[in-house]
Design a protein around this ligand. Structure first.
Ligand code: C2E
Ligand code: MG
Ligand code: MG
Ligand code: MG
Length: 277
């Protein structure tokens, strides 16, 4: 194979491409069944209010407990679902699980102060069903719209679809919106100000690398968000020195392994008590 020229390489490349496409098709088909038969699992990661030093809410993160394979992280199946209606079904399934869980926390705590953040893909946000899907969830569970946070990424805007109008409508209904993974892709401060979001989640790469330039960029993004009256959630907090920086910069909230890993609701209940306090 090594001595084969350009033509040989093309064949090797297309053979592996075909294998990859086959694998994606296989995953997509299995995923349809997984949603229907509840093989998906939602883990909840705490988001900490740094001023109060308390859990302010959780982010719902989906996993796939695939029979004979094990627990798959979202990066192994979300990209396959993305771009088709499958992602709408998946997002909606997670929304229902998360809202049901939030309802149970509301009842256990006798309060409605916890937030629950759910990731919504760009395809779903630009679909005609998104508003109905969210309305159905708010209808089905005893939760306030203001307890629900929808996390979106800036790619929803690049497409110039109905996404922006939908965001305004969700906002009008009192649902909170968070701009996820800020600092990746095409995100700019102009987009930060154009979107009707309440919160900006700064991507974990800026805290993670620990280089002086990443730290300066992180600081710049925090200042930009604050200048626009947006709250900041720092993602990927793993070390105490990162937490110190967040306190210095008066970052509102943080999420990361140092503060709590994503866990099932049952695991959370066993470490924090039934009300997930
Ligand atoms: P995300 O929304 O940015 O979620 C944060 C990711 O960072 C999660 O990965 C979380 O487990 C991980 N993380 C949290 N703290 C730390 C830390 O301290 N260090 C490091 N290195 N990582 C940390 P996860 O659960 O693998 O999810 C990956 C992505 O999959 C999410 O990124 C989100 O974009 C997507 N996703 C997850 N659930 C859903 C869903 O229900 N619907 C859609 N559309 N996307 C989802
Ligand atoms: Mg997220
Ligand atoms: Mg993120
Ligand atoms: Mg993401």
């Amino acid at each position: 194979r090594a001595k084969a020229g350009g033509r040989g390489r093309v064949e090797v490349f297309s053979a592996s491409l075909v294998a990859e496409l086959d694998e994606r098709a296989e995953i997509a088909a299995a995923l349809v069944g997984a949603i229907a038969s509840d093989e998906l699992v939602v883990h909840y990661q705490p988001i900490i209010d740094l001023q109060a030093g308390e859990v302010e809410g959780y982010e719902a993160l989906v996993r796939w407990d695939r029979p004979g394979v094990g627990l798959l992280p979202p990066d192994e199946f979300i990209p396959v679902a993305e771009g088709s209606d499958l992602i709408c079904d998946l997002d909606t399934w997670v929304l229902h699980q998360a809202a049901r869980q939030l309802q149970s926390w509301n009842h256990a705590t006798g309060s409605r102060r916890l937030h629950l953040a759910v990731n919504i893909s760009g395809h779903h946000l630009n679909s005609t069903r998104i508003l109905d899907d969210v309305a159905a969830v708010l209808d089905a569970y005893d939760v306030d719209p203001a307890q629900l946070v929808l996390e979106i990424t800036e790619t929803v805007l690049v497409e110039d679809g109905p996404g922006l109008d939908t965001l305004h409508e969700l906002r009008r209904q009192g649902i909170a919106l968070s701009l996820d993974d800020f600092g990746t892709g095409y995100s700019t401060v102009a987009q930060m100000s154009r979107l009707p979001v309440d919160t900006v989640k700064i991507d974990r790469r800026y805290l993670g690398t620990g280089t002086a330039s990443a730290r300066r960029l992180f600081e710049l993004m925090v200042r930009a968000a604050h200048a626009l009256d947006l709250r900041v959630v720092a993602e990927g907090v793993e070390r105490h020195d990162q937490l110190d920086l967040l306190m210095t910069l008066q970052v509102e909230s943080a999420q990361g392994y140092l503060l709590g890993a994503p866990l099932t609701a049952a695991e959370l209940a066993s470490i924090r008590g039934a009300g997930a306090r």
